[in-house]
Structures are given as C-alpha cells and as structure tokens.
Write a protein that binds this ligand. Structure first.
Ligand code: ISE
Length: 341
C-alpha cells in the first residue's frame, strides 16, 4: 500500500489474449498506481468478458475507441505484432504513453516509421516490452558486467528452450518471437549493437513439427568485438529454460540455473523447471509494468524504447536471411539518431 493521493493511471489494454489477459490481471490485482480503464479486442465478446470483472472498465473492439475512452491516460499494447504499428501511431497522435509488447512492429521499415513519428513528437512516449531487462538475475548480471569486476565481456553463451510451440510456428518466428529476446538482452547487457548474424541447424529433433527446423544455433557479432551464441530449442519437451553465461577477461558469470527449492528423496535430488515464460518471468513482468506505471506518472519513459525496437527488428531481418541462405549476414540499420530524453 502507498499513501499516494494522486489518481491511478488509467490504462487501456489493447489485446486480451494470453499476454493481454495476464497484464489486465497484473494491473488489477498486483501492481499499484494504475487501473484498467478500458480493454479492446478484435473479439468484442472476449473484451466484454474481461471488462465485466473490473470496476469502471469499458470494452471495445476498436483500439482507437479504447484509447479515446473516458479515464484513459496510457496504453498497454498486447495485440498480435502485425497490428502494433497502427495502434502505436494512433497512440502517438494522441500523445499517450505506451508500453508495447514485443515485437514493437513486424519489420524494420515499420519500426523506423514508429521511431520517426516519436522523434517528430519531440519526446519519448513508447516503452517496448523486453521484460528480461526487469528480471532479478539479468539485473544482477548487468550490474556485474557494468562494474568491470570481471573485465571486458568476450562472449555470451545463451540457451532458450520452450516446452513446445503450436504447430504453425515457423523458422521465421523462431527468430522474431524467440531469439529476439536474446538480441535485445545481449545489446543491453553488453551496451553494444549487433553487426552480423549466422544460423546453424543440426538435424531437427523428431519432436519438431513438420517444416520447423528445431533446434537452431544462432551466432552473432557485436560492434564491441564480442561473440554471442544462442541455442534456441522451442520443442525441448521438458520445461522452459533461459540461461546465459558471460565469459569475461577475469571470470565468468551464469544466470538462469533456476536454483529454487531443491529436494533430496528416494535416491535422487533436484528441483522444478518453470513450464513457460509467464511463470519464469512473472516477477520480471510485475517489475516491468510497475516501473512503467511509476515512470509514466512522473512523466518519463525509462525502459527500452523505439530505438531498441528498431534495432532488434533490423537484427531479426539479418537473422532470417542468415537462416535462409546459411551465410553470415551483416545487420543493416540507420545510425542512432539523437533522442530527446
Ligand atoms: C514467446 O513469444 C515469447 O516471447 C517468450 O518469451 C519466448 O520464450 C518464446 O519462445 C516466444 O515464442
């Protein structure tokens, strides 16, 4: 509880699928300083069902109507990626602060249009939902690397494993939906931009759906001379694991080992592996949305922004070309513009 006398931030949540519904619950039940003022979903019935349980919450099929609804001060976008550009541009036209789930948009050209619209507005408005930046272990690793205690980071070894994905999951989605997290996290951890990407593919697992090459091994270079490798395995079958090891000049550091409760019984020892990203990153999502609400109420944007959304989109494009051609593909992106704070 806080003694904050200011009215809560009224949030319009756009998209009430798995992620949107989780954020509605989070704003309604977990975090402070905000309330769900409106929800929008292409399936209006679903929006109505969600709004029914929340005092003073309107339900809409059209995101623009939800953004214009009474009491809306800010927008959380959790609709499918292809719908993001239109909603983001509409939010900027209304000068509303936004937290947008990744991907910011699908493709670097549309990401650039959003970035330029924000630059024209003259102040930052958009935060992109790269929640790993709010995970306690990622924050510890970032602080350690920034402190210089281990010397210069030379390499990151990353593993990203899901239990399973739906059968329509494609090779491109493996880059855009999954490895995009490591693209952002590596840029943030190292404070460097990614310059080239390569993708290697072992013979696919027998559990991979037809047409999907799973697992894959993505290797990328940065402008600071570091190398990052990512094993992406989206049908691992056993749990959700996200791990990173940083190899530095004077030592190494690892996160994501999930040393929670350990039991020893019946001749075995062990713990549990999270089933999915909502469970594994629950605290990170809570911290992310709380930080966004707090910063927004102070009139700031503090998290990853449109430059990060654009840079990751450009790296994803190089990654998809590398997947298709088997070659090392340089990342093509504009120079970073001067951003208003
Ligand atoms: C999903 O879209 C996510 O964002 C998850 O964090 C990631 O682990 C998963 O592979 C993606 O499909």
């Amino acid at each position: 509880m806080t003694n904050d006398a200011r009215p809560p931030l009224g949030v319009a949540v756009i998209g009430t699928g798995m992620m949107g519904a989780d954020h509605v619950r989070r704003i309604d039940e977990v975090i402070s300083g905000a309330r769900v003022a409106a929800v929008a979903d292409i399936d209006e019935g679903r929006a109505k069902d969600m709004a029914a349980g929340i005092h003073g919450c309107g339900a809409y099929a059209d995101p623009a109507e939800a953004m214009a609804a009474p009491g809306v001060d800010a927008v959380l976008i959790a609709s499918p990626g292809p719908a993001h550009e239109e909603t983001l541009l509409a939010a900027l036209a209304r000068d509303l602060p936004v937290l947008c789930e990744k991907p910011m948009t699908t493709g670097s050209e549309s990401a650039l249009r959003v970035l330029e619209a924000e630059l024209r507005l003259g102040h930052r408005r958009i935060q992109v939902g790269y929640m790993r930046r709010y995970d306690a272990e990622y924050l510890q690793l970032k602080a350690l690397l920034d402190s210089g205690e281990l010397g210069r980071p030379l390499m990151l070894h990353c593993r990203h494993r899901n239990v399973s994905v739906h059968r329509y999951f494609t090779d491109e989605m493996l880059i855009n939906d999954s490895v995009s997290h490591e693209f952002d996290a590596a840029r943030w951890l190292l404070g460097q931009e990614i310059t080239a990407v390569r993708v290697l593919r072992p013979a696919p697992s027998g559990h991979a759906p037809a047409g999907l090459s799973d697992p894959q091994f993505v290797v990328f270079e940065t402008d600071g001379g570091a190398i990052v490798d990512v094993e992406i395995f989206v049908n691992s079958g056993f749990g959700y694991q996200v791990q990173t090891e940083a190899v530095c000049e004077r030592g190494t550091a690892r996160i994501g080992e999930a040393h929670g409760l350990m039991t020893s019984t019946a001749g075995r020892w062990g713990g549990a592996i999270a089933p999915d990203f909502l469970a594994r990153f629950a605290a990170a999502y809570d911290r992310e949305v709380q930080a966004w609400v707090d910063a927004t109420r102070r009139g700031h944007v503090t998290g990853p922004g449109t430059w990060d959304g654009y840079a990751v989109a450009a790296v994803c494009e190089a990654g998809i070309e590398a997947q298709r051609t088997g070659r090392r593909v340089p990342v093509r992106m504009i120079d970073r513009p001067a951003f208003p704070s």
